[in-house]
Design a binder for this molecule. Structure first.
Ligand SMILES: [Zn+2]
Length: 97
């Protein structure tokens, strides 16, 4: 059973990890899998009764580590391009909101 989600919902959904990357339905091995796969870190999030469970604790580890960008490559994140100013919070902290 393929994941059937509203395309507008897919636009909104993002990986809950720091990459906040878009998700795609299924996996590279199984496009019909009931999961959403992060396009950056490759974590797979289960879709239960049509509801994506976007919790890092519930995520399945990446299927294919070879295809993934290294998670420790923080220099490639867009936030680092912004000039750092004294007194501003560190980029990447969302305050848990
Ligand atoms: Zn991710």
């Amino acid at each position: 059973m393929a994941v059937q989600l509203d395309p507008q919902l897919m636009d909104i959904l993002a990986c809950p990890t720091e990459d906040h990357a878009p998700l795609r339905a299924g996996t590279s091995d199984d496009p019909d899998a009931d999961v959403l796969t992060c396009t950056v870190c490759g974590r797979r999030y289960p879709v239960l009764d049509g509801i994506p469970v976007l919790l890092i604790e519930e995520a399945l580890p990446p299927l294919d580590a070879v295809a993934l960008a290294p998670l420790d490559d923080e220099a490639s994140t867009p936030e680092t391009a912004a000039p750092a100013r004294p007194g501003t919070p560190a980029p990447g902290t969302d305050g848990g909101a």
